[in-house]
Design a protein around this ligand. Sequence first.
Ligand SMILES: [Zn+2]
Length: 113
Amino acid sequence: MQPEMYAYKCTACGHLHHPAHFVCVQCGSREFEQAVLAGEGTLLTYTRVYNLPEGYMKPFIAFGIVEFPNGLRAAGQMGTDELRLGMKVRAEVGVVKEGVGQDFYGFIFHKAE
Ligand SMILES: [Zn+2]
């Protein structure tokens, strides 16, 4: 089963956060519940980072800001080099850093079918 990406919903006012916050940015509450970030997101903007730390086996990594159907915006690594503003993407677990040493896993935005 594919792990799911979560937002953190304030139980007092309903405002969504990602990543998790200790205090709601809208109302100051400290109570949250997990909400699945389901469906396809829309790529709002992206950038490519070429000056990577030692140990990366890629010429660059792309990062994007994605808006989900519920309005939440999340930043993350992009899993495709064919990036286009407005394209539909889906969050999947993958290797976010590979190469020399240990691999690290996290959510990557891939082009939706
Ligand atoms: Zn709140």
